[in-house]
Design a protein around this ligand. Structure first.
Ligand code: SF4
Ligand code: SF4
Ligand code: SF4
Length: 462
């Protein structure tokens, strides 16, 4: 007798196929839920989501949890069974959409739709359009308006969109002199000009030759991996294939989300033949895997080196107490990033020491700030951000250093919304490097931060 083949797949089978995780390995240790920063706001805890999938309980597709997950990767990093729980959340969201189920948090779905619409139309994110469109669509016309106006006053938001298309043909560049491809991501060209300008300024001092790939487009960020796994791989692979054709062996990204998306896409293509073929079909190029993806922090510490950085210091930041905030995605998930200490990284602390500053020992260096939930689930993002700011202050920090534009917006631009008093300056690590290299406050772009950092840095400003 031959057994009939099942005509429909269970949720567990779909997840194994999409994510590569066998949910039956979950033995309910609850580590995922105890580390989840949003657990208390979820209707199902992450371990309960896993149990529901084991039981093929499709009501999980209507849960709030799968839309609330901020993709911080804490659960995936801590799971003793190496299950990709954040990936499971993505797969369930995608399955819910496929089945036409109404999202439990419609604003998050609308945000993803608008974000991906922008990229499809323009190639890169148009932040003003996204914020305005979301407010119109959700009927909350003045949401985040206070923050938006403050950013506009400092020319941190571009009023008009621009159109970008990937190049039809890529010209190789002369790789001599240790050139590194530089993927700024959308934010460094708009809401994070102080990061973009200081990256260039410190690279100049360090003889780090950064080359921006022509016609780079957005990596897709969280909205892409929440919506369509192929799109989430194709978008970053556009950049990686361009860099490979330019003949450069390394690409560096100062945005943690861009870094995570580029790194994850390269990993997926290397380990998943079907996806590699889909990428080749869509981009018309067979990626050879010759490009190393680095976060800018790794490029500075591992490639340039702390000794060289220290040798360029002209104005040591002696006595400045800095809380180094890494956020979620510089180190997580370690299976992809290969970070040695995914939950207690030290590279930024070492970098600050090389500048003469004193990094403080604190508990929130890799805790999630809420990421893109800041625009849709604002009170939750404010709650997470307040904890981070408070812990930094309690541990004696005079400033926070960050290395991601989205983390920076949440920590710096939202302090007024939080009512955090007195405010705590939040700078990009590269702004502090520019000051320590003696480039002065103008090149350090100190006038761009929403919380004025100048009083805290008065001893180091010429
Ligand atoms: S951490 Fe892993 S094994 Fe433990 S409950 Fe969560 S998914 Fe299951
Ligand atoms: S990725 Fe982060 S927010 Fe999402 S379930 Fe895991 S720990 Fe919670
Ligand atoms: S993750 Fe990077 S490329 Fe993607 S939207 Fe954000 S800044 Fe743009």
């Amino acid at each position: 007798m031959t057994l009939a083949q099942p005509t429909t797949q269970t949720l567990a089978q779909k997840i194994e196929h999409e994510v590569g995780s066998n949910v039956f390995l979950c033995y309910q240790c609850v580590k995922c839920s105890s580390g989840c920063p949003l657990a208390k706001h979820m209707d199902l805890l992450p371990n309960q989501v896993m149990r529901a999938v084991q039981l093929d309980d499709e009501s999980v597709l209507e849960s709030k949890t799968i839309w609330l997950c901020a993709a911080c990767q804490t659960c995936t990093t801590r799971c003793p069974q190496e299950l990709d729980i954040a990936g499971v959340m993505d797969a369930l969201r995608i399955e819910a959409k496929k089945q036409g189920l109404p999202p439990a948090l419609p604003d998050v779905d609308k945000f993803n739709t608008l974000f991906l619409g922008d990229i499809g139309l323009l190639g890169r994110l148009y932040e003003v359009g996204l914020m305005g469109g979301l407010n119109l669509w959700t009927g909350q016309l003045f949401k985040n308006m206070d923050m938006g106006l403050e950013m506009m006053k400092r020319r941190k938001l571009k009023l008009l969109p621009s159109l970008t298309r990937p190049p039809k043909q890529v010209e190789p560049v002369d790789p001599t002199g240790g050139k590194v491809a530089y993927y700024p991501g959308c934010s460094l060209h708009s809401s994070a000009p102080e990061y973009g300008r200081t990256v260039q300024a410190v690279a100049g001092v360090l003889d780090l030759d950064l080359v921006e790939p022509p016609g780079w487009t957005c990596c897709g960020s969280t909205p892409a991996h929440s919506t369509d796994q192929t799109l989430a791989t194709v978008l970053p692979m556009r950049t990686l294939t361009t860099v490979e054709q330019m003949g450069l062996d390394t690409v560096t990204a100062p945005c943690s989300s861009c870094f995570a998306r580029l790194k994850t896409a390269a990993h997926t293509v290397a380990h998943n033949e079907t996806m590699a073929r889909a990428v080749e079909d869509q981009l018309g190029y067979a990626y050879q895997g010759t490009v190393t993806v680095q976060h800018l922090l790794d490029t500075l510490v591992d490639r340039v080196g702390l000794a060289k950085i220290e040798s360029k210091v002209r104005q040591p930041l002696k006595g400045l107490k800095v809380a180094c905030y890494y956020g979620c995605l510089v180190t997580r998930p370690s299976k992809i990033t290969a970070a040695e200490h995914p939950e207690y990284p030290l590279k930024m602390d070492q970098l600050m020491q090389a500048l003469g500053a004193e990094p403080v020992d604190w508990s929130y260096k890799t805790d999630c700030c809420g990421g893109a939930l800041g625009l849709t689930q604002t009170p939750l993002a404010l709650e997470l951000t307040r904890k981070i700011l408070q812990n930094a202050r309690d541990c004696g920090a005079e400033v926070i250093a960050a290395v991601c534009p989205l983390c920076h917006v949440n920590l710096d631009a939202r302090q007024r919304q939080i009512g955090f008093e007195p405010p705590l300056p939040v700078l990009y690590g590269t702004q502090l490097m520019a000051l320590a290299f003696g480039l002065g406050q103008k090149q350090a772009a100190l006038n761009k931060n929403l919380v004025d950092p100048k009083p805290a840095l008065s001893d180091y400003i010429r």
